[in-house]
Design a protein around this ligand. Structure first.
Ligand code: HEM
Length: 378
């Protein structure tokens, strides 16, 4: 018996397809930005430690961009969080209450990571203390790796109502839960973590190539041209290594994750179905294709854009696959798609208008970034 009332399904304020579409779209955008601090930050720290002119150039560019990327990624994460609360709130609140203190920890960890990244960016400004970069970069990195662990715990626990009673009995006094539970015994936990980290390595490698080809302004200065070309060659080599490494980590983790899903009653019948095959294979093949293509291209704006598009489609396949699995897991306690619907136009229309304005502002910001005068790289 699961400790929640799965009998009543209150009305959804928007059609189910709308909730799913924006939840997955928001999560894709969250993954795109989150991947750059999940794996891009460790790559920037390694580049900083390599201490060559090109590796330092990449580290400076990445550390200068990360505060903006983090702001975007956090806001993109709010979109799926909103829709989780609208439609998946029963399993979501139940699981996050069992691990409340860990879930609460996300806030201080994120504050430290965010300020740490700002201190890193400022340490690169003229007059800044470059000695700050490594200690604060490392502190931010460990905070973000820890938040990812908490996120994977919460999202995996949401789909494991069979574990809730165990956590409740282990972490409660009387009937009151202490909120000290964590889903560490779940065999899928580190495989989900590894799949996302592998994907993040490939996404960060693509970002390096995209940044080097699209965001470094063309110049007529012959000297600067030589430096920029040597930098693009270096980014291609560095990115190739991490893209292939990412592809291998993704394949290793995701294939094992699929093996476990094949043994679970909620997912074993869906996996061999067409959507199961298409989205699981797409999750594996597209990032791998991106990694291989980086080896053979990535020296022009066109190829950088193509890599970006293929990787984004790979991220979308992963997010859709994950959404199918989440719905199947949650169906143990509630049939999400069978919610009665009573559209609340008074909230839906402002949401849509603000969402479109938000996207337009981000496009304008990225255009400003792309057309801004070149930064002085220390
Ligand atoms: C306030 C900031 C953040 C918000 C609002 C947020 C929001 C979300 C949401 C709503 C999901 C689940 C999406 C879904 O099921 O559709 C998610 C998943 C995830 N987030 Fe974030 N996130 C935030 C910060 C972070 C940070 C700092 C990291 C660190 C790397 C991170 C890593 C992840 C990972 C790895 C997942 C996938 C978990 C899984 O399914 O196994 N997030 N995030």
């Amino acid at each position: 018996m699961f400790p929640i009332d799965s009998g009543t399904l209150p009305e959804l304020p928007a059609p189910f397809w709308f909730v799913e579409f924006f939840k997955v779209l928001g999560f894709c955008l969250h993954i795109l930005a989150m991947n750059l601090w999940f794996a891009g930050l460790p790559m920037a720290i390694i580049a900083f430690l390599l201490s060559t002119s090109n590796s330092r150039r990449f580290a400076v560019r990445m550390f200068s961009q990360l505060p903006v990327i983090m702001a975007l990624g956090i806001n993109f994460g709010i979109v799926p969080l909103l829709f989780i609360q609208v439609a998946y709130y029963k399993p979501f609140y139940t699981s996050t209450i069992f691990m409340a203190w860990h879930w609460f920890l996300v806030i201080p960890l994120l504050a430290v990571a965010y300020y740490g990244l700002y201190l890193c960016a400022y340490s690169l400004k003229p007059g800044g203390k470059s000695g700050y970069l490594l200690p604060f970069g490392l502190i931010s990195m460990f905070c973000l790796l820890a938040i990812a662990y908490i996120q994977v715990n919460a999202m995996s626990l949401m789909g494991r109502p069979d574990i809730w009673n165990v956590l409740w009995n282990k972490n409660s006094i009387g009937a009151a839960t202490l909120g000290t539970g964590i889903n560490s015994s779940d065999p899928t936990l580190w495989l989900r973590y590894g799949s996302m980290f592998g994907l993040a390595l490939v996404t960060s490698a693509v970002w390096m190539i995209f940044d080097a080809n699209w965001l470094i302004r063309k110049t007529n200065d012959e000297n600067q041209k030589k430096l920029d070309n040597s930098y693009r060659l270096w980014t291609k080599r560095f990115a190739s290594f991490f893209a292939i490494l990412g592809g291998l980590v993704l394949v290793f983790s995701f294939c094992q994750y699929l093996q476990i899903l094949k043994t679970l009653p909620m997912t074993q019948d869906w996996l061999p179905s067409t959507p199961g095959q298409v989205f699981s294979l797409g999750t594996l093949i597209l990032p791998l294709l991106t990694a291989v293509l980086i080896l053979f291209s990535g020296k022009s704006c066109q190829s950088a854009l193509l890599l970006f598009l293929i990787q984004f489609i790979g991220i979308a396949f992963f997010a859709i696959f994950r959404q199918f699995v989440q719905n199947l897991e949650v169906s143990q306690v509630m049939q999400i798609a069978q919610h009665p619907v009573k559209v609340q136009w008074d909230t839906l229309i402002p949401f849509l208008v603000i969402f479109v304005i938000g996207v337009l502002i981000i496009v304008w910001m990225l255009r400003q970034l792309a057309t801004a005068p070149p930064v002085e790289e220390k």
